[in-house]
Design a protein around this ligand. Structure first.
Ligand code: MF3
Ligand code: CO
Length: 261
C-alpha cells in the first residue's frame, strides 16, 4: 500500500489558495452557462482565467488529456472533452477543473443547470450535492475511509440512484491523484484510518438510473449505460484538528460572490 502524504498547516494553506482559484474559475464559468455557448468556449475561458492568476490547468496533458477542463453533459458522467456543440436549454453540465500553482494541485467540480431543467434532474443534482456534504462530514478523526463511501452510497441509493463504481475520489497534494483512494461506496469501519493532515478530493458521481457506465472510444468520456443523466460534485477537504476543513467553495457559483481578486 502506498503511503499517504500528510500535509503541514503551511501546505494546506497553499492548497486552499489553489482550491479557491478553481472555485473562482467555476464562478466565472457559471456566468457563461447560457444556451448556445460551446464547451470549447468554456475551456478557453477557464485556461485564460487560470493563467491570469499564475496557475496552469492540472488536467491539460495529464495522461495526454487534450484540454484544460472536463465538461460532461447530461448522460456524460465525467471526463467529457470540450467540443463545438452548443449547450441547450435543459442540459446539465458537470465542469471539473484543476489548478496547479506553487507545487500543489486544487481539483473540484460542480454540476450546473443550463436554462430550465426537468424537476427530476434538479432532484438528482440536489441529492448528489447532499451526498458530497454527507460524505465530507464523515472525514473526521476516529473514522475510516469506508465511512465516507458508505454514507454517500446509502444516501444515493435511498433515492433509487446508481453510484458509479469505476471512478473514485482521491488524495491530493503535489500530485493530483495521491493515496488514499476515496470510493463513493463501501462499508462502515473499513479501510484506512483518517488522520490529521490528510487532504482528499471527495467526488460522488451519481446516476439517475443504473450505476453502470460505458467508456467512449475518444479514450476519455464516461457515459451512463442507460443514457440517463449523471451528476458530479467535488470538493477538496483537509482534516484539521480532527474535523473536515473544506478548502474549495461553491459560494462563487451559488451566492454570486465577485470572483475577481
Ligand atoms: N478531476 C478528475 C479527478 O477528479 C481528473 C480529471 S482527468 C484529466 O480525478 F485527465 F482530465 F485530468
Ligand atoms: Co478529483
Amino acid at each position: 500500500m502506498k503511503t499517504i502524504i500528510l500535509k503541514s498547516t503551511e501546505e494546506i494553506e497553499i492548497m486552499r489558495e489553489n482550491a479557491l482559484l478553481v472555485s473562482r474559475t467555476l464562478g466565472m464559468l457559471a456566468k457563461h452557462l447560457i444556451p448556445g455557448v460551446t464547451t470549447l468556449q468554456l475551456d478557453k475561458l477557464a485556461a485564460e482565467f487560470l493563467g491570469d492568476y499564475g496557475a496552469v490547468s492540472s488536467f491539460l496533458g495529464y495522461h495526454g488529456y487534450p484540454n484544460s477542463i472536463c465538461t460532461s453533459v447530461n448522460e456524460q458522467v465525467v471526463h467529457g472533452i470540450p467540443n463545438n456543440r452548443p449547450l441547450k436549454d435543459g442540459d446539465i453540465i458537470s465542469i471539473d477543473c484543476g489548478a496547479y500553482k506553487n507545487g500543489y494541485h486544487g481539483d473540484h467540480a460542480y454540476t450546473f443547470e443550463v436554462g430550465e431543467v426537468a424537476p427530476e434532474t434538479k432532484k438528482l443534482l440536489k441529492v448528489t450535492k447532499e451526498c458530497l456534504y454527507k460524505g465530507i462530514e464523515q472525514f473526521k478523526k476516529g473514522n475510516k475511509i469506508g465511512d465516507i463511501g458508505y454514507t454517500i452510497q446509502s444516501h444515493a441509493e435511498s433515492h433509487g440512484y446508481g453510484v458509479v463504481r469505476e471512478l473514485i475520489g482521491h488524495g491530493i497534494g503535489r500530485e493530483m491523484h495521491e493515496p488514499p483512494e476515496v470510493p463513493n461506496f463501501g462499508l462502515p469501519r473499513k479501510g484506512t484510518k483518517l488522520k490529521n493532515g490528510m487532504v482528499v478530493a471527495i467526488e460522488p458521481m451519481i446516476n439517475m438510473g443504473t450505476k453502470d457506465v460505458l467508456h467512449l472510444n475518444d479514450g476519455w468520456t464516461i457515459i451512463t449505460r442507460d443514457g440517463k443523466p449523471s451528476a458530479h460534485f467535488e470538493h477538496d477537504v483537509a482534516l484539521v484538528n480532527g474535523v473536515p476543513d473544506i478548502l474549495s467553495t461553491f459560494d462563487y457559483i451559488e451566492k454570486d460572490l465577485p470572483f475577481e481578486k
